[in-house]
Design a protein around this ligand. Structure first.
Ligand code: SF4
Length: 246
């Protein structure tokens, strides 16, 4: 199959087509998995067509035990290696030494510093050597993600292409795929979580709350993003102070 232009991919191509295009277009592709529901779908779709699926995950050091269990379940089911990426030990020591282990509760700036040290910097290092990375972002997850393209150049990681095959999918489509294919999924969903990150920064949501309302729930008027997929410079929408995603 000859590669489709990214614009055509965004015009309603299925996730399977986007993934196939990605693997045919780039030689070094990695799925960056958080082991939420979208990761289950992407790893399954990729594994159906290839044996050499590369998966990496960011072990922030503060993940819930259930995430480590989920990593093992995926490894066992697909027989794939999952590259577990840790923060730089010196960065971590400096940050915790200066601000304490629970700095994220003190201010939004310190929370963003923690996300930078534990997530963004390790990801930037881990992506060296790859041409494209695949993420589970969906437009419906949050206002900050509403402009997500299926394929885009990644200004945060120079030279890399960022691929979001599920950009146009709803939560219901993700869960229908998981059910139809009997995929393993993160067990915290059964306890009322609708988005899952680090243990101290995630809680279950209640009926009527937005999907990412359980992330950094104590913050008011702050963007519910860690910096992996959003920076003030590429803010996709003008948001109003006080909205959930501001
Ligand atoms: S989610 Fe919380 S613990 Fe995890 S990196 Fe961000 S601030 Fe730190």
């Amino acid at each position: 199959m000859s590669p489709l232009a990214p614009a055509e991919l965004d015009a309603g191509a299925t996730p399977e087509i986007v993934l196939r295009w990605t693997y045919e277009t780039f030689s070094r592709v990695v799925i960056v998995a958080s082991f939420q529901a979208e990761s289950s779908v992407l790893i399954d779709m990729a594994s159906r067509t290839r044996k050499d699926v590369s998966v990496l995950t960011l072990d922030t050091g503060r993940l819930p035990q259930q995430t480590y269990d989920m990593i093992d379940r995926v490894r066992d089911r697909y027989g794939i290696e999952v590259q577990v990426v840790s923060p730089d030990a010196t960065d971590l020591q400096e940050m915790v030494g200066t601000h304490g282990a629970n700095l994220f509760y003190k201010s939004a700036d310190l929370r963003r510093l923690c996300c930078d040290v534990r997530k963004s910097r390790p990801l930037a290092r881990a992506l060296h050597g790859y041409d494209a990375w695949v993420t589970g972002l969906r437009r419906q997850q949050a206002e900050t993600r509403s402009q997500t393209a299926a394929v885009s150049a990644d200004p945060e990681h120079e030279g890399l292409t960022k691929v979001a095959p599920l950009a146009g999918w709803s939560k219901d489509q993700v869960w229908a795929y998981i059910r139809d294919h009997e995929l393993p999924y993160h067990s915290l969903y059964d306890l009322g979580y609708t988005s899952i990150g680090c243990a101290p920064c995630t809680r279950a949501t209640t009926a009527g709350e937005e999907e990412r309302a359980g992330r950094w729930w104590w913050e008011q008027n702050e963007v519910k993003e860690c910096g992996l997929h959003w920076t003030p410079d590429n803010r996709p929408l003008q948001t109003t102070k006080g909205s959930k995603n501001e």
